[in-house]
Ligand binder design. Structure first.
Ligand code: GUN
Length: 282
C-alpha cells in the first residue's frame, strides 16, 4: 500500500512556490500579497487561518490578516471585500468559511473580484470549472487531484466515486476528474447502497464530514482512497483525536494507495492556496 504523505508532497510544492516568489523579487517585482478575512471565533477556522498565514510567510508571500468579531454585520464584510478588491497591493482575497450566523456567505463570496478569488469559490470561477474552461481551481480538490495523479498519471476511463457534493470539495472534485476523462459518480447522504457504489471505485474521494464512514469492506482491492475528512472525536480512552471520513486501519488492508488524517490532504490544500495566490499576482 502506498501511503500518500501529504506533508512531504506539500513541502515539495511549497519549495517550488518559494523559488518562483524569489525569482519575482530578483526581477524587482513586489512580493505577492494575500488578504485573509476571518470572522468570528470558530476554533477550526482559527487553526486553518494560522496554518495558511504561516505557510505564506515561509514562501515569501505577504499575508494581511483581517479579524472581525462574530457579530460583524454583512455590510461591514462587504465593505471590507470592496476595499480589498480596490487595493492594488492585494493580489488574493480569502474569506475563511463558515461565516458567523447571520452573514450570507454566498453574497460575500460573490462580491470578491473574480481575479482575486484564490479559493475559486466565486460563481464565475466555479462556473468556468464546471464548464471545463481554464479557471482558478479550489485548493482542496486541487490537492486531491495532485495526490491522485501521483498514483495514476492518466485517469482516462478509471471509475471515480466522490462522496460528498459540497461546493468546496465534492462538486469541483467531480469537475476536475471529468476533465481528465475519469468516469465520475457523485454520491451523497441520500445515495442508495453507498457501500456497493464505493466498491466500484478505482478512485474513491471521501468528503462527507462523517467520522470513519467508509469501512474497509467498502473499498475495492488496490483502489486509491483520498480522505478529505477532518473530524475531532473522543476515543474509548476519553482522549480527543482527529479521524478522517475513512476508517484508516481497515482501509489500509485493502487500498492500493491511501491518505492519512492528519497529514494527507490538509497540507496540500495550503500548498495550492499559495500557488493560486502566486498565480493571481500574475
Ligand atoms: N473552509 C473550509 N475550507 C475552506 C477553504 O478551502 N477556503 C475557505 N476560504 N474556507 C474554508
Amino acid at each position: 500500500m502506498i501511503l500518500l504523505d501529504g506533508r512531504a508532497i506539500a513541502a515539495e510544492l511549497r519549495a517550488e512556490t518559494r523559488a518562483q516568489v524569489a525569482a519575482r523579487l530578483a526581477a524587482g517585482r513586489r512580493a505577492p500579497a494575500l488578504a485573509v478575512v476571518l470572522a468570528g471565533d470558530d476554533p477550526a477556522s482559527h487553526l486553518y487561518v494560522r496554518n495558511k498565514v504561516k505557510a505564506c510567510r515561509e514562501v515569501g508571500i505577504r499575508s494581511l490578516e483581517h479579524r472581525l468579531p462574530a457579530d460583524v454585520t454583512q455590510g461591514r464584510l462587504l465593505a471590507l471585500v470592496a476595499e480589498l478588491n480596490a487595493n492594488p497591493e492585494v493580489d488574493g482575497i480569502l474569506v475563511q468559511l463558515p461565516l458567523p450566523p447571520g452573514c450570507d456567505a454566498r453574497e460575500v463570496v460573490a462580491a470578491i473580484a473574480p481575479h482575486k478569488d484564490v479559493d475559486g469559490f466565486h460563481p464565475l470561477n466555479a462556473g468556468r470549472l464546471a464548464l471545463g474552461w481554464p479557471s482558478v481551481v479550489p485548493c482542496t480538490p486541487a490537492g486531491c487531484l495532485h495526490l491522485i495523479e501521483r498514483v495514476h498519471p492518466d485517469l482516462a476511463g478509471l471509475q471515480a466515486v466522490v462522496v460528498g457534493r459540497s461546493p468546496v470539495v465534492g462538486r469541483p472534485m467531480a469537475s476536475l476528474l471529468i476533465a481528465r476523462s475519469a468516469t465520475v459518480t457523485v454520491a451523497h447522504s441520500r445515495t442508495r447502497d453507498l457501500p456497493r457504489l464505493c466498491r466500484e471505485a478505482d478512485i474513491l474521494v471521501v468528503a462527507a464530514g462523517r467520522p470513519e464512514l467508509v469501512r474497509g469492506d467498502w473499498i475495492r482491492q488496490g483502489a486509491t482512497v483520498i480522505d478529505v475528512g477532518i473530524n475531532r472525536v473522543t476515543g474509548p480512552d476519553g482522549q480527543a483525536r482527529l479521524v478522517g471520513d475513512v476508517a484508516f486501519a481497515e482501509a489500509a488492508q485493502v487500498a492500493g494507495a491511501l491518505t492519512p488524517v492528519p497529514g494527507g490532504v490538509g497540507p496540500l490544500t495550503v500548498a495550492f492556496l499559495l500557488r493560486n495566490t502566486l498565480q493571481a499576482a500574475g
